[in-house]
Each structure stands twice: as structure tokens, then as C-alpha cells.
Design a protein around this ligand. Structure first.
Ligand SMILES: [Zn+2]
Length: 278
């Protein structure tokens, strides 16, 4: 079911990790951002769109993680985009013939693995780094690329509609998950990304995270502050008080505490190895 969150901007929520697919109405059809996770959900979205007379004219993946790179044949054959760095990362990872099997076995929860179609995974075209907007016939969508959660991660600002599509940043249920594989200073990268988002926060009325609840204008700064406090606590090895971790986590999100514990461990190992924090 599609739910409107701003004029011409609709959300389709997936069962998996409260993932949000985003539909933006353009002049000749819609742009579809992070289409969804399970095959039947994307088929449902495709049907909702065709029932309302809409075709998908472009797709966009906010970052190179499997749950943001899926597609369904029913959505058609429109060009699918990501940042150049996102697309290069996907190409590199999928060049391993075992990659899809590994995603199915190790990354997708076993209870839904059979429901996640991987045949059209990651078929995206990288947009040149200097391209600041999504090339399509619809409201202008600014690409705000940063290095935080994954290589070439992009938030999207739909200025005319006051909507910020945050990718896997600014969630009310997921803590900041740092990219500990691809960057020299994941803590500082994450803080820089939050500053970048803070720079556009004044233009945002509706915040759409990749996973979690849609936020209003008041939530933009609140979530930036909450994520920054989390990253500072990681950096300074402070005792963490974050509602997303521990007994205050929302129902079904108790596993986030495990993600936090693993991040702490890996950061500690990194700093032992490098002799530097982070
Ligand atoms: Zn995600």
C-alpha cells in the first residue's frame, strides 16, 4: 500500500527492517528509490503503480547494500541509478560469481531468503560525481553524497517538496552503522556526513529514513543530534545512552544491541592495530 508523505511523494513500507521504498511523481512517470525487499512486496508496489496509471521512468539506489539494490520485473526496465562510487562498489562486489549466493546465505535472514529475488540485483548505472541532480523529468532531486554507512552513500533532497530521503542515516530504530571496511576514518566520515545533512535540515519538512519511521521537521535535528551523540560515544568510549539500544529499543529491534557490540569490538581492534582512535 502506498502512503503519501508529501505532495507527489509516496512511501511503500516493507516488512523487513521497516524498509521504506519511495515513489516520486514526475511528469511522465515515477522515480522509484530503494524499491523494497521481498518479491511479493515489489510486485504489490508495481501493481499499485500500474493501477494508478503510473510507470516507473527511473530508479535510484541510495547505497550498495543488498536491501537497497533490488528490483522486480513488474517494475519495468527503466534506468536505475546510484552514485558513481556506489555503482563501482556494486560492480566490484558482484563480479565475484559467488556473490549472490553469499548474500542469500549470509546476509538475508533465512526466513525471507526465498522471498528475495536476486536476479535483477544491483543493475545500476553510476552517475558522474559532478552530477548534482538525478537526471529525470520531475521535481529536482539533489544528490547529497557522503562517505558514512557505505561507499558512495547518497541522501536525496527533493527541495520543492521539502523531503529528505536519508538512506541508512537518521533512523529512529537503527543506530548509525559505520562503514568499517572501506574508509580510513569511519568516525570522522560519519560526523562529516551528519554535518552535510545538517546543512540542508532547514529545508526539510519530511524525513524518510531507509529503515524506520517517517519524521517531521522537528525530527530532522533531533535525529542528527541523536546519531552524533551515538558516534561521539563510540569515539570517546563513553557509556552509551541511546533509546535504540537496550531495553528501550522498539519491539523486534533487540538485535540492534548486537550490532552496537560488534561495532565497539571492531573499532577497538582497529585502534589497537593502528594506534589511533577509530
Ligand atoms: Zn539498509
Amino acid at each position: 500500500m502506498l502512503r503519501q508523505v508529501a505532495e507527489g511523494v509516496l512511501i511503500h513500507e516493507s516488512e523487513f527492517c521497516q524498509s521504506n521504498a519511495i515513489v516520486v511523481h514526475g511528469r511522465a512517470g515515477v522515480l522509484l528509490i530503494d524499491p523494497g525487499v521481498q518479491g511479493h512486496e515489489m510486485a504489490c508496489l508495481a501493481k499499485d503503480l500500474s493501477d494508478s496509471g503510473q510507470t516507473v521512468v527511473a530508479g535510484f539506489s541510495t547505497h550498495p547494500h543488498w536491501d537497497h539494490l533490488l528490483w522486480h520485473a513488474g517494475l519495468g526496465a527503466a534506468p536505475r541509478y546510484g552514485t558513481a562510487r556506489c555503482a563501482a562498489t556494486v560492480r566490484d562486489r558482484l563480479s565475484d560469481p559467488r556473490a549472490k549466493a553469499r548474500i542469500a546465505e549470509q546476509l538475508i535472514p533465512p526466513d525471507i531468503a526465498e522471498q528475495v529475488p536476486l536476479d535483477l540485483l544491483g543493475l545500476i548505472t553510476g552517475l558522474p560525481a559532478e552530477m548534482a541532480q538525478i537526471p529525470w523529468d520531475g521535481p529536482q532531486i539533489r544528490i547529497i553524497e557522503h562517505q558514512a554507512h557505505a561507499p558512495g552513500h547518497a541522501a536525496l533532497l527533493i527541495e520543492e517538496r521539502g523531503v529528505l530521503v536519508a538512506g541508512d542515516m537518521l533512523s529512529d530504530v537503527l543506530i548509525p552503522m559505520l562503514d568499517l571496511n572501506d574508509t580510513a576514518d569511519p568516525i570522522e566520515d560519519y560526523l562529516a556526513a551528519l554535518r552535510l545533512l545538517e546543512g540542508v535540515a532547514g529545508d526539510v519538512d519530511v524525513l524518510v529514513p531507509g529503515h524506520g519511521s517517517i519524521g517531521g521537521a522537528d525530527q530532522v535535528h533531533a535525529r542528527i543530534d541523536q546519531d552524533r551523540a551515538y558516534v561521539h560515544a563510540l569515539r570517546d568510549a563513553h557509556v552509551l545512552s541511546d533509546p535504540r539500544v537496550g531495553p528501550s529499543a522498539k519491539d523486534g529491534w533487540d538485535w540492534v544491541a548486537g550490532v552496537h557490540a560488534r561495532q565497539l569490538q571492531r573499532l577497538a581492534r582497529r585502534s589497537e592495530r593502528d594506534g589511533t582512535p577509530g
